[in-house]
Design a protein around this ligand. Structure first.
Ligand code: ATP
Ligand code: MG
Length: 510
């Protein structure tokens, strides 16, 4: 049992404390004052805008970066890590947004890699390894087969495996850098249950997220960072979301920007009877000029799959896609782009960027094709347009000439958005447009989408965030298990109506 009575007992000494940590990359100061203190038995949130230095701080704790200055103690003893192994050895485990399992190894092998239990004769005991893995998953309350190959596991399961690994290493500190970004509601609940379980067993947990509902539901204390600096630490119960936001951005902002009414014009996109066996079936909908149509539903409902088929990335078995009345060729993204479609993918880091190229080049890559089509290509214009869009999205970088790989996660996302918005397509698909994007820029992204709709662009927005769906969409299509289970006008789109259609398959399973 944890004793939360304030003031009666002094808090336990921190299991980890970092103060005044500095990390520079050439002229870029990624971290100017990295300060955080994690107590045993607490879940501690680290918040800040994109580029505030959160991941840099995590990499110092993980032993990936060696700080230029600062003090670092684990259980009251000064430490200085040279490698990731040093950090692991004192009991720090880090779970990154993209887990780093070996795809060819089994789940159990991944957990025990490099320290497999050995039997007599010093041979690796597969049975013992499997049994230990089973016990770990039982403790976590999640059924995962230790013998299966890691390849093909969902991100959620991969994260659980990373956590199982952390537990088996007896981690004192577990760090999760935006672990929920790729998870569905159910998976988030499961991850939180596991995190609380670990906390109650005395581990200290550092949790990074841009989602305030999660931060307030899960954490005991919150540390705020801004521009690479420590700002403050609060008891979660004693602080409000607007106060945290003000400290993060240094001003008051609106969390959501509702869509401005736009004139709804002709049908731009028309999807009829789109079917892909086992993935989605009988998808019918249209999107008009000036309209934002949201595709809501749980992760795995088939929303991204429909979007990819419409844009020509994946094949479909039946049905048709028309843009302004003309059939769009299947399985041909270039034909879709030429016809006037844009697509901001969900997994922007992997699908949307060329990591080694500069910010300017990444933004202008897509733009270049568009400009070239109209015979307008010229370097100065390319730079100007790229600069304008990066600025509108508040992309934070030392210079637009830096490689995209040096940007923070959220800023990389903004570059992908910028590059598609810059092409001003007739029809734009945005898949989870504000995932990983901080509160300050979120409302800016919403304003931009609203602007684009106001200029007559038809927009299909996939989003798992209900407030975003309800705030931005003229119409909401809800998907469940590959089918559209509800079509709601803005006025009828209540949270209950959307959630009901997203979870209940009565309409089709009967
Ligand atoms: N290897 C690097 N080279 C140059 N600059 C870097 C490097 N790594 C990080 N930076 C810069 O340091 C700053 C902090 O980045 P960091 O990734 O820590 O931000 P963050 O708080 O995790 O943001 P996000 O919420 O977007 O993930 C950013 O401006 C980033 O561009
Ligand atoms: Mg980050």
């Amino acid at each position: 049992m944890r004793d939360d009575t304030p003031g009666l007992e002094s808090p336990p000494p921190p299991v980890l404390s970092l103060s005044g940590a500095v990390k520079t990359f050439g002229p870029v100061v990624a971290l100017a004052d990295g300060t955080v203190e994690i107590r045993p038995g607490e879940i501690h949130a680290l918040v800040g805008e994109n580029g505030a230095g959160k991941s840099t701080l995590v990499k110092i704790l993980a032993g990936l970066y060696h700080p230029d200055a600062g003090e670092f103690e684990v259980e009251g003893r000064p430490v200085s890590f040279r490698t990731v192994a040093d950090s692991k050895a004192v009991g720090i485990s880090v779970i990154y947004q993209e887990p780093t399992l070996f795809p060819d190894l089994t789940v159990a092998e991944n957990i025990f890699i490099g320290r497999q239990p050995r039997g007599r004769l010093g041979l690796i005991s597969r049975n013992e390894m499997r049994a230990q893995a089973d016990r770990l998953f039982e403790r976590l309350g999640v059924p995962i087969d230790p013998d299966r190959i890691a390849e093909g596991l969902s991100i959620a399961d991969q994260q659980i495996i990373e956590i199982a690994k952390a537990i088996s290493l007896d981690a004192k500190v577990l760090i999760m850098d935006e672990p929920t970004a790729a998870l569905s509601g159910v998976e988030v609940d499961r991850l939180f249950a596991v995190a609380r379980n670990l906390r109650d067993r005395g581990a200290g947990i550092l949790f990074i997220s841009h989602r305030f509902d999660e931060i307030f539901a899960l954490t005991d204390r919150i540390t705020v960072m801004r521009d690479g600096r420590y700002i403050a630490t609060h008891d979660t119960a004693a602080v409000s979301a607007p106060e945290i936001v003000r400290e993060m951005v240094g001003r008051d902002i609106a969390q959501l920007f509702p869509k401005e009414p736009a004139e709804i014009g002709e049908v731009v996109l028309e999807v009829a009877g789109l079917t892909r066996a086992g993935v989605f079936a009988d998808i019918d909908f249209e999107v008009r000029a000036g309209e934002i149509v949201a595709l809501a539903g749980l992760v795995g409902a088939g929303r991204t799959e429909v979007a990819r088929a419409v844009f020509g990335i994946d094949a479909y078995d039946r049905g048709s896609v028309r843009l302004l009345g003309a059939q769009v060729r299947a399985r041909n993204p270039q034909a879709a782009i030429d016809a006037g479609m844009g697509f901001v993918p969900e997994d922007r880091r992997k699908q949307g960027l060329v990591m080694d190229l500069s910010v300017t080049r990444n933004v202008s890559l897509t733009l270049r094709n568009t400009l070239a089509r109209f015979g307008l290509i010229n370097g100065a214009r390319e730079r100007r347009e790229a600069a304008e869009w990066s600025q509108r999205l508040q992309v934070k970088t030392g210079s637009p000439d830096y490689a995209v790989s040096t940007l923070s996660g959220g800023n990389q996302q903004k570059v992908v958005l910028a590059k598609w918005l810059a092409t001003e397509p007739k029809f734009l698909i945005v898949d989870e447009p504000t995932r990983g994007i901080d509160v300050g820029t979120k409302s800016e992204v919403h304003r931009l989408l609203s602007d684009l709709a106001g200029r007559g662009i038809a927009i299909l927005m996939i989003s798992s965030e209900l407030p975003e769906v309800l705030g931005m969409a003229d119409r909401v299509l809800v998907m469940h298990e590959g089918r559209i289970t509800a079509r709601l006008d803005r006025a009828d789109a209540t949270p209950e109506a959307v959630m009901h259609a997203a979870t209940a398959s009565m309409e089709h399973s009967a």
